[in-house]
Ligand binder design. Structure first.
Ligand code: NDP
Length: 238
């Protein structure tokens, strides 16, 4: 993977930060993108220069396009785009938190689509590239309080699978669906009921490095091998 270049969205905490660290440790140049730029500067410093910070809101279509184009202008290539940024403000539908539904749709679906729109022209220009979507086990099953979140993750799964089916040989597409993982994700929950349920549910969380391992596995395959999907759950999560 040496000399390859990756962009990881949502790299300021949790799974995205672990992915950025892991890909950098495996020899890639990594552009770590998120809104909290101070966190990204810390990550970059700790990496000794292998990771570059990039202030980015994935809901800003033009900004996503600019970030990818700038990266390609500076490095001459984009090998891997990890669409990881996500939010999960869970609540029952009858709580009516419509603004939070919108935010999940904007970040988890539109953010992914804007990433695909920005990366694909470069992938097609070179005939190679790898999109890795961090979906969720919420892309495979729905649970109470998670209707909208799961809806966005089903959508992420479907969009990524559609891209895989449409892509020419040379372009690889992977969906990774984590179970419960230690991160800051539950901090986006404002609904008190959902927060309590989630606190119990998250007791079995595994380390974000386990998801980074899965990304590294998919990315590290021979160019003619496409790992389509990986589901990684805690052993205790049935
Ligand atoms: P965190 O809350 O720790 O990380 C979420 C990341 O997304 C942060 O870096 C945050 O950065 C970024 N983000 C949020 N909104 C935006 C935005 N508008 N623009 C750019 N970046 C944004 O949670 P996780 O690490 O757990 O989440 C990563 C992914 O993994 C998500 O897609 C989540 O749905 C998925 N996932 C997580 C599971 C878990 O149990 N932890 C289980 C299954 C899936 P910043 O705020 O600085 O912009």
């Amino acid at each position: 993977m040496t000399d390859s270049v990756a962009l990881v969205t949502g790299a300021s905490s949790g799974i995205g930060r672990a992915i950025a660290r892991r890909l950098a440790a495996d020899g890639m140049r990594v552009v770590a993108a998120a809104r909290r730029i101070d966190r990204l500067h810390e990550l970059a410093e700790e990496s000794g220069g292998a990771i570059e910070p990039c202030a980015l809101d994935v809901t800003d279509r033009d900004a996503v396009r600019r970030a990818v184009d700038d990266l390609v202008a500076r490095h001459g290539r984009l090998d891997v785009f990890v669409a990881n940024a996500g939010v999960m403000p869970l609540s029952r539908l009858d709580a009516g938190l419509v603004g939070e539904w919108d935010r999940m749709i904007d970040v988890n679906i539109r953010g992914l689509l804007y990433g695909i729109a920005a990366a694909l022209p470069h992938f097609h220009a070179t005939g190679s590239g790898h999109l890795v979507t961090i979906a969720s086990i919420g892309a495979h099953a729905v649970s109470p309080t998670a209707a909208v979140y799961c809806g966005t993750k089903y959508a992420a799964w479907a969009i990524t699978e559609g891209l895989r089916l449409e892509s020419p040989p040379g372009i690889r597409v992977t969906t990774i669906s984590p179970g419960v993982v230690h991160s800051e994700l539950a901090e986006t929950i404002s609904d008190p009921h959902a927060r309590t349920v989630m606190a119990e549910y998250r007791r079995n969380a595994i380390a974000p490095e386990s998801i980074a391992d899965a990304v590294a596995y998919a990315v590290g395959q021979a160019p003619d091998v496409d790992v389509n999907e990986i589901v990684v759950r805690p052993v205790r999560q049935r």
